[in-house]
Design a protein around this ligand. Structure first.
Ligand code: MN
Length: 235
């Protein structure tokens, strides 16, 4: 587990993302998970699990589905610092991952297998999530790389339990788990590209706002404060 690749991809003088203090594990009882909705070049959801002092990360283009019949593609990406869990805001255009980031869900996770490193190695990690949107039992399964693919894609799948359902969570619950904002509202508050951000919000929700603009969250005051929050751990 290392943050070298994470740091190599980013210019910390330019992007407000945290540099991360290091990978030494904070001793805590519960392991954190976070899902960040990220309207970069393409919309995706970054699914991150705390493990050994970093956030193991997968980019899930369509986002998690709690329908056990739906398998969601999840590409493993570089480990992120624990401080990244607090990041909601704007990565400047032209920087790595430039665009709007929302904390779509957060909570804690529990491995459903005693040997997490072995499970990752084997390519099948069973886990349970206790978040505000995502709950219950899930599995991450690594598939075989297809011809021409250098990295094997993973699949994120809901396992059958009382938390399974057939609704589209992304459509049903499109707002931030920490600020209750849509992507367009985060972009407005933090100086991002509102048009590009809005393209990641459900059209039905934006349609309702156009009909009744009072549904728009009031602008978050004190932009400096929010940036300092986003920047926690960068010094
Ligand atoms: Mn991302």
């Amino acid at each position: 587990m290392s943050l070298a690749e994470y740091r190599k991809k980013r210019r910390f003088g330019v992007t407000p993302e945290p540099k991360g203090k290091g990978t030494s594990a904070r001793q805590r009882k519960k392991l954190a998970f976070v899902v960040q909705k990220h309207r970069a070049a393409a919309l995706h959801y970054d699914f991150r699990l705390e493990w050994k002092g970093v956030m193991l990360s997968w980019a899930v283009p369509k986002g998690p589905s709690h329908d056990p019949a739906v398998k969601r593609l999840a590409m493993r990406v570089e480990d992120h610092p624990l401080e990244y869990n607090e990041f909601e805001g704007i990565i400047p255009a032209g920087e790595y991952g430039g665009g709007t980031v929302m904390i779509w869900d957060k909570g804690t996770w529990t491995p459903e297998t005693p040997d997490v490193d072995g499970a990752l190695e084997e390519g099948e990690l069973k886990l349970s999530l206790d978040g505000t949107k995502l709950r219950g039992s899930w599995v991450l399964v690594r598939t075989r790389p297809r011809r021409g693919e250098s990295r094997a894609p993973w699949l994120l799948i809901k396992r059958r339990d009382e938390w399974a359902g057939s609704e589209d969570l992304a459509e049903l619950a499109p707002r931030s788990a920490v600020s209750n904002r849509l992507l367009i509202e985060i972009a407005r508050d933090e100086g991002g590209d509102m048009r590009k951000a809005a393209d990641g919000d459900p059209p039905a929700v934006l349609g309702k706002i156009l009909d009744d603009p009072t549904l728009l969250a009031p602008p978050k005051k004190g932009r400096k404060k929010s940036v300092r929050h986003s920047n926690r751990g960068a010094s």
